[in-house]
Design a protein around this ligand. Structure first.
Ligand code: NAD
Length: 259
């Protein structure tokens, strides 16, 4: 079977206003898909969407109404074939702090709400729309979904309990969701990035120095990965008709130490 052809299709990229999501949106658009940038950041999201000939939809991934709006906007531009779940937030906080005070449960819940529940919300609503499209090949393929987990799903560091729980949840639901969606010809894969050079590390001289330092801990090559390199794997997950139910680390071989 050839690669899934995205010409004339539509896609949704959550978190598409920045970093990994933006890089993925660029490659989807280059492959001929009309991209909905579903993000909270209106200014950046509008700019990326108009550059790519797509559409910006202001969307909080944890809202069912916002998810429905993003899916409706995409479906108007063409059959929805791809969802990239890249919206996510980081949060550093220990289970108990230095004074033995337990973490505020609302902070833990919020990370789960955006990273795990938000991913599922966008995924289930996009899958429902994909299921109504005509299959693209003799296998009955209708679309593909890519989630962004993290190396922290496997080697979470000190202070990453909430973030690791959210990303571990994404890894854990990948197989059962792929099983659920096999009935409608939708594949589901997850990528677990290591250290990728995106705006999450800030900008300016100090953050450049910090990134160079961080890069030394990568096995090879000794640098952070780029959004473009990450997006290569996103595109493989979407277009390779036989790639399904997998979590792929994209991390230059790094294994994160406790801190
Ligand atoms: N950069 C890395 O090193 C790295 C490593 C591992 C995992 N990841 C994961 O990859 C994904 C993308 O990371 P990035 O580095 O590109 O981050 P980023 O901060 O550059 O981009 C994230 C985008 O998500 C958007 N967003 C945040 N909360 C949202 C919400 N509730 N609804 C909609 N949009 C929301 C932000 O506005 C932003 O545009 C995240 O899920 C992150 O956890 C990144």
């Amino acid at each position: 079977m050839p690669r899934m052809n995205l010409e004339g299709s539509s896609s949704i990229v959550t978190g598409g206003a920045s970093g990994i999501g933006e890089a993925s949106a660029r490659q989807l658009a280059a492959a001929g898909s009309r991209v909905v940038i579903a993000d909270l950041n209106e200014a950046r999201g509008q700019a990326v969407a108009s550059e790519l000939g797509g559409l910006f939809v202001k969307c909080d991934v944890s809202s069912t109404e916002d998810a429905d709006s993003a899916v409706a906007a995409a479906s108007e531009m063409g059959p929805l074939r791809a969802l990239v779940n890249s919206a996510g937030i980081g949060f550093a906080g220990r289970t108990i702090d230095r004074n033995n005070v337990p973490m505020d449960l609302d902070r833990f819940s919020f990370v789960l709400k955006v990273n795990l529940i938000g991913t599922f919300n966008m995924l289930s609503r996009s899958a429902a729309a994909m299921a109504q499209t005509d299959p693209v090949d003799d296998d009955g393929s209708r679309g593909a979904i890519v989630n962004m987990a993290s190396a922290a799903a496997f080697d979470g560091q000190i202070g990453q309990c909430a973030y690791s729980a959210s990303k571990g949840g994404v890894v854990g639901m990948t197989l059962p969701i792929a099983r659920d969606l096999s009935a409608v010809g939708v594949r589901v894969n997850t990528i677990a990035p290591g250290l990728i050079d995106t705006p999450i590390y800030g900008e300016g001289e100090a953050s450049e120095a910090f990134k160079t330092h961080l890069g030394q801990s990568v096995l090879f090559p000794k640098r952070l990965g780029t959004g473009e390199e990450l997006a290569f794997t996103v595109m493989e997950c979407i277009t390779n008709p036989y790639l399904n139910a997998e979590t792929i680390r994209l991390d230059g071989g790094i294994r994160m130490p406790p801190k």
